[in-house]
Design a protein around this ligand. Structure first.
Ligand SMILES: NC(=O)c1ccc[n+]([C@@H]2O[C@H](COP(=O)([O-])OP(=O)(O)OC[C@H]3O[C@@H](n4cnc5c(N)ncnc54)[C@H](OP(=O)(O)O)[C@@H]3O)[C@@H](O)[C@H]2O)c1
Length: 382
């Protein structure tokens, strides 16, 4: 049974219980269900919606809802956003619908995104996981564009994130970008100490190579790798990252699973990005010319969805979910309607042949524009 099918009953009970006890003491029935599950089997091309997925293994394992929630765009890099109250309400709606993995980072804002996550989600601590990321240097609340993963900085960032998130321990602390000055063994060793001290429960890395993953994992087991992955950017299938995750039992969290909204079909060559708060205007794939050309790919997803009752976002997310049981995408949204649409992905099943047809149709359509500019590209793939 899907998370959504339980929604009406669950919501009525939740509201009634909230009135009696206050939301902080509660967790929705959907979450209780999600906690009880195991890994999904994508063998028939589907994914069991009511089950949780497992990122990592052994003492480093983290149970999560099949779809997480990327909090970033609520305050950072996705143009205008609703008020703080609206964002908090939407995050609560996500919890209520069974989402248990929420992703933020120190650099988002900077700081404002962690503060939002802390305010909205700390009442649910112990029931959901808020993951955050260190690495980008932030001085006096401003990003410098440099990396800083020195052990003493990781420790300081950890203490500050704990305060902003209002938790005793960070459920999953990612290194946001590799720092070429600091050997990965030193980063992993620092995390190991923070785990022993009880300040961090698990760790992960973003946009790193299989070689770096192996070295890091040997010092302290990784729970998840987070890299960009969607139908328009499939590098992790070919560069060994998904293979090494499968081999070592590390989870994989695709970020920007809708290609920063593009695969949802709501943005196009005429979209005006907020010049002060949207990194898409710096990305070659988001020039008006590139978006006009790449709209052919959105059309393929829309066509695929049309005969199956799915939207292009659901096609994009469903394709990722059926790739492997250790994958948990983290789409972001500022809208309840999009949250519900994305969670409804879990109600659909397509056969492996159908997914292969979609994949082949998209692969036959060249993508126009690189995903990152030169500076951003320099920071990934170490
Ligand atoms: N590790 C890293 O380096 C890294 C980098 C980037 C992002 N991330 C993480 O990944 C998360 C998601 O990434 P993202 O925000 O870049 O990309 P995304 O999830 O691919 O796309 C988000 C955009 O899609 C739109 N959207 C969501 N659902 C939709 C739907 N059903 N139909 C149409 N549009 C829809 C949202 O707009 P509305 O608000 O209008 O719904 C939002 O602007 C972030 O929050 C962050 O946590 C990590």
């Amino acid at each position: 049974m899907s998370m959504y099918k339980h929604y009406s009953d669950g919501r009525r009970r939740f509201l009634k219980m909230s009135a009696l006890f206050g939301t902080s003491a509660l967790i929705s029935p959907a979450i209780a269900r999600a906690e009880g599950g195991g890994a999904d089997s994508p063998e028939n091309g589907g994914f069991a919606a009511s089950r949780s997925r497992t990122l990592g293994k052994g003492s480093c394992a983290l149970e999560a809802s099949p779809l997480g929630f990327g909090v970033m765009g609520m305050t950072y890099n996705r143009s205008q956003s609703p008020s703080r109250e609206q964002c908090i309400r939407l995050l609560h709606e996500a919890v209520e619908r069974g989402v248990t993995l929420f992703d933020t980072a120190i650099i988002y804002g900077p700081l404002s995104n962690e503060l939002l996550a802390g305010e909205a989600l700390s009442p649910f601590r112990g029931k959901i996981s808020v993951t955050t990321k260190f690495g980008h240097e932030v001085i006096n609340g401003k990003g410098t564009g440099r990396q800083d993963s020195r052990p003493e900085t990781i420790r300081r960032y950890c203490d500050e994130s704990l305060r902003r998130l209002k938790v005793d321990a960070i459920e999953l602390f990612y290194q946001h970008r590799f720092d070429p000055r600091i050997p990965v063994e030193d980063v992993a060793g620092t995390i190991s100490e923070l785990v022993k001290e009880g300040k961090v429960r698990r760790w992960g890395m973003c946009e790193v190579t299989p070689g770096t993953i192996r070295r890091a994992h040997a010092v302290h087991p990784l729970t998840a790798i987070q890299s960009e992955y969607h139908l328009m950017h499939r590098d992790v299938e070919n560069n060994g990252v998904l293979d090494v995750c499968r081999e070592l039992g590390i989870g994989f969290v695709p970020y920007s699973p809708l290609n920063r909204g593009f695969l949802g079909g709501c943005i196009n060559e005429y979209t005006q990005f907020d010049p002060n708060n949207d990194n898409r205007q710096t990305l070659p794939r988001f020039t008006p010319e590139a978006m006009r050309a790449n709209m052919r790919i959105v059309n393929i997803l829309q066509q695929f969805g049309r005969t199956r009752g799915m939207t292009s976002s659901q096609v994009a997310l469903g394709w990722l979910l059926q790739k492997a049981p250790y994958i948990v995408p983290i789409p972001g949204t500022t809208k309840l309607s999009h949250l519900e649409e994305n969670l409804h992905t879990l109600d659909f099943t397509c056969s492996p042949q159908e997914w292969a047809e979609l994949e082949n149709a998209v692969a036959a359509t060249p993508v126009t524009g690189a995903r990152y500019n030169a500076e951003q590209q320099r920071q990934v793939g170490h």
